[in-house]
Design a protein around this ligand. Structure first.
Ligand code: GDG
Length: 471
């Protein structure tokens, strides 16, 4: 019998499901750990002068967490550097923003080794280790180098780039080879899995046979595991008193106008600039809609230390200001652009008050906002989801209106279509979307991944005391 040890860069289990403001990854992992007894290991977010490898154990929101501090230089080179300025833009196909610096690469290797050295003593016989995301790709290999023979899985939350894009990274081959030290590698979508397959075939001359790839005498299983949300719980959150109050407040301030909502981390991959411009195009193409609709865009600032983020923020301020200046009337503002973050239950009420959910990233591993928007709708009078074809979620959510976020015309026409959609069609589409959100929820995701990682050989204990056995 083993435990589940989850490893990610930051560890932030939400203490309260309603109030927390954490991102999609944190929500999914906390849900996984509450079910399986285990530990969540990662960086505390703090830095110290000299790395000690000391672990601070805490219990937060029903989850045992083990935290270690890093050095300032680690933060600069590994986190702000290789993770946020090299891999994030590269994996979102933004080679124009990707910085390839030797010091970043060195910092990335060093911190992954630090993670491995600190974590290895915590791993007991039969424990399963589940590593998350692009910050920690080499961790599996570092653990193997320290003699860890446990089953280790890796899940990538972001897209996998096409082979030509990936080969712009000087260390592309080494990076991918380290991935093949895992027993299981999971991607968000078939699209990401196919891109990975193309890379290993072209660059490493390897073939994925069924779902297995053999490298250096080791077999790695690779598959798509589309992440979900806590669908039922989120639907209930939309019925909570705080959500109802947010809904009522919004409806009152709408004064009969229909609302389009966008909720994103303020990130260049989310297509916010293109979204504002497409919305402007719609106002130009459909003068009858002026004063009848407005866009509420919630964009919570993130990664402020990185220049590209300061730039996108300044551009969005300018574009929203320009559009509002050009179209606003004394009692109507076309874009309400909000940088403040909101409680989760408040957000659920806002989603419900919106006639259209506009989720148009240029590139996104999955996108949980699309699923949350659907889960929060009133079954009797649901809104319409507009979803980018470049979000991983588009593979599952085919009953959304699928758009090309690079085309202003397509987005403008689709917005007009969504605003005019009959209640009958909205209900039909929503029902099918909601069935998918409920069936492919975060529990299903976690169970599929853990079962694949167990490979039917081990059992892990769960918080309920029963055993999860692979089937
Ligand atoms: C990565 C991948 C993948 C946003 N503003 C507020 C707030 N949020 C929450 C949303 C949602 C989460 O943040 C964002 O999740 P996404 O999936 O949209 O995007 P990333 O943060 O980029 O996540 C992504 C995900 O990992 C999981 O694998 O889907 O593709 O990029 O849950 O609700 N939450 C609150 N207040 C806000 O103001 N409470």
């Amino acid at each position: 019998m083993g435990r589940l040890i989850v490893v990610s860069n930051r560890v932030n289990p939400p203490a309260d499901a309603g109030v927390e403001t954490a991102g999609g990854l944190a929500m999914a992992l906390a849900a996984a750990l509450r079910e399986y007894s285990g530990t969540w290991f990662g960086w505390s977010g703090e830095t110290v002068e000299t790395f000690t490898g000391q672990i601070s154990m805490q219990r937060i929101g029903g989850v045992t967490v083990a935290l270690m501090d890093l050095e300032d230089q680690d933060r600069e080179e590994y986190y702000d550097g290789y993770a946020n300025r090299t891999l994030w833009p590269l994996f979102h196909s933004r080679t124009d923003l990707a910085a390839y610096e030797r010091s970043f690469d060195a910092g990335y290797q060093r911190v992954n080794r630090r993670f491995a050295q600190t974590l290895a003593p915590l791993i007991g016989p039969g424990d399963l280790v589940w590593v998350h995301d692009y910050h920690l790709i080499p961790l599996g290999q570092e653990l193997r180098a320290l003699g860890v023979t446990n089953r280790i899985g890796f899940f990538l939350h972001i897209p996998w780039p096409g082979p030509r894009t990936l080969t712009t990274l000087p260390q592309h081959r080494r990076l991918v080879e380290t991935l093949l030290a895992y027993d299981l590698v999971g991607f968000q979508s078939q699209d990401a899995l196919a891109a990975f397959g193309e890379y290993v075939s072209r660059e490493l001359d390897l073939t994925i046979d069924g779902d297995e790839v053999v490298f250096d005498g080791r077999t790695t299983r690779v598959a798509a595991f589309p992440i979900g949300i806590e669908g039922q719980a989120f639907a209930e959150l939309a019925d909570s008193p705080v959500a109802a109050a947010a809904f009522a407040r919004m409806r009152q301030s709408q004064a009969g106008r229909r609302m389009i909502i966008g909720v994103d981390r303020l990130d260049y991959s989310k297509g916010l600039e293109e979204r504002f411009l497409a919305y402007e195009q719609m106002l130009a193409d459909h003068p009858d809609l002026a004063e009848q609709v407005f866009l509420l865009q919630i964009a919570t600032p993130s990664r402020d230390a990185v220049e590209a983020y300061q730039e996108i923020r300044a551009r969005l301020d300018a574009i929203s200001g320009r559009i509002n200046g050009a179209y606003a009337t004394v009692d109507w503002v076309p874009i309400r652009y909000v940088n403040r973050s909101h409680r989760r239950d408040e957000l659920a009420g806002l989603y419900r008050a919106a006639h259209v959910g506009l989720v148009t990233p240029l590139r996104d591993g999955m996108n949980l906002v699309a699923k949350e928007y659907v889960a929060a709708q009133d079954p009797e009078d649901p809104g319409v989801l507009i979803l980018s074809r470049y979000a991983g979620a588009a593979e599952q959510m085919t009953d959304a209106l699928i758009v090309n976020p690079f085309s202003r015309e397509d987005m403008s026409e689709t917005l007009a279509r969504a605003l005019a959609m009959s209640r009958e069609e909205r209900r039909k589409r929503w029902r099918r979307l909601m069935d998918g959100v409920l069936a492919d929820d975060v529990t299903a995701w976690r169970d599929r991944f853990v079962r694949a990682l167990l490979d039917d050989r081990v059992t892990v204990s769960t918080a309920r005391g029963d055993r999860s056995k692979a089937s």
